[in-house]
Design a protein around this ligand. Structure first.
Ligand SMILES: Cc1ncc(COP(=O)(O)O)c(C=O)c1O
Length: 411
């Protein structure tokens, strides 16, 4: 008789090349040798190596009452949190969005909680989700955990523009095969590449989704905008994406995954939200029904102090403006590092993928051993198929020139 402790579905489960694990290894190596360069961490760090903590957030957290800190958070969020997320995410396009769509906000354990709830609820088991071929690897783990597979399209054409052609072909083929489609796009400021889609790219994405929805196939787009607030085009321009949303077919469900980790530097607090949008009341009713259920069934509710603090920042105009000013400084830190990195890369003739914002710079490579080669030279990065990811968010200016030289040697 077979004697196995894990369920059949979990027999082959094994975390390979986990980003957090590699990051721990890099930290341990740096403790032993301060010359080690750790370019793995998806957190924004200051030049000192300390996390970029926002004063507005820290002060607001420090002033919370016991009830705002220790009580359970309402599973569907406080009104300040829910309405504040809508204001913040859509910015100048909020009125147009609310006029056109039914919208609902469900608090989640970080953007990850939003992604995992959405993948679980809006696919059939055995279905494949569609993602670009350069992707944040946890998408794959989250998909497998939800009994799903992964299909990819080419993210870039030869000029490193978003590959609209391959997206169209793969989306049409996969939706035909499954008679439904679940697309994941991480934009703006893609992790791992730094790509920001243009408005014309978004128009084409929505055109293709509309074509599929008009065949009466259910279509969900999971729009992961974890790095929205680090888009170099600035707070208002980064929200222009939402103008293209207005043309969405009424059968489509858009689920936005918002990350409190990135926007507020509240990485350890585990707070985020899934924002559902659809022109169909029926679709949004389904979004609320299954979303609320999954929150209760998976993690019950989210971090109360983080929800309270975010709600306060969103509803107090002074706090909100102060926080926006701090975010601008954070973007300036990133900008300075990226510009220096690019200048060094140019000097070394090192090709980098186009960067529009966010925490990462992508570098193409054909070296299958690049991880080991770089580690031998004291550099830790995240490696992915055909590229390496440099978390410029955590590399101080003083290490960039050396980092570029070592990468050039092995790439
Ligand atoms: C692309 C992307 N999406 C979502 C997340 C989710 O982050 P969190 O769950 O901490 O909000 C991350 C975090 O690294 C990310 O890089």
């Amino acid at each position: 008789m077979e004697n196995r402790i894990v369920g059949k579905h979990a027999l082959t489960k094994k975390m390979v090349s986990n980003i957090l694990k590699t990051s721990q290894e890099a930290k341990a190596a740096k403790r032993l040798d301060p010359n080690v360069i750790d370019a793995t961490v998806g957190m924004l760090n200051l030049e000192t190596g300390n996390v970029c903590k926002y004063k507005t957030v820290a002060d607001t957290l420090a002033q919370l009452t016991d009830a705002e800190t220790y009580h359970y958070a309402p599973a569907n969020g406080t009104a300040e949190f829910r309405n504040g997320i809508v204001d913040w995410v859509f910015g100048p396009h909020k009125e147009a969005i609310l006029k056109t769509f039914h919208v609902n906000v469900i608090p989640t354990t970080g953007g990850s909680g939003a992604i995992s709830n959405a993948m679980y609820n809006f696919n059939d088991f055995g279905q494949k989700i569609l993602i670009p071929n350069n992707y944040w690897t946890p998408y794959e783990n989250i998909a497998y955990e939800a009994n799903l597979g992964v299909e990819t399209f080419l993210m870039y054409d030869e000029q490193y523009n978003f590959n609209r052609k391959d997206f169209r072909e793969k989306a049409l083929a996969l939706s035909e095969e499954q008679q439904r489609l679940f697309l994941v796009l991480n934009d703006p400021c893609n992790n791992p590449t730094g790509l920001c889609l243009t408005k014309a790219d978004w128009v084409e994405v929505i055109n293709v989704l509309n074509e599929i929805a008009r065949k009466n196939y259910p279509v969900t787009i999971l729009h992961d905008l974890a790095y929205l607030d680090y888009d170099m085009s600035g707070w208002e321009n980064s929200r222009d994406i939402f103008e293209t949303y207005l043309q969405m077919d009424e059968r489509i469900l858009a689920v936005i995954a918002f990350s409190g980790s990135k926007t507020f530097s509240l990485y350890g607090f585990r707070v985020g939200a899934q924002v559902g949008l659809s022109k169909s009341q029926e679709v949004i009713d389904d979004f609320i029904r299954v979303g609320d259920y999954s929150v209760r069934a998976r993690f019950s509710s989210v971090n109360r102090p983080a929800m309270s603090a975010i709600g306060k920042i969103f509803t107090n105009e002074d706090k909100k403006q102060a926080f926006k000013a701090e975010l601008m400084q954070a973007r300036a830190i990133l900008k300075k590092r990226v510009e220096f990195f690019k200048a060094c890369a140019e000097k070394e003739n090192l090709i980098t993928m186009p960067y529009g914002g966010g925490f990462f710079i992508g570098i193409p490579t054909g070296n299958l051993n690049i991880y080991e080669d770089l580690v031998k030279d004291g550099v830790f990065v995240i490696t992915m198929k055909g590229m390496i990811r440099i978390a410029i968010s955590s590399v101080p200016l003083s290490e960039i020139e050396r980092l570029v030289k070592i990468i050039k040697k092995h790439v």
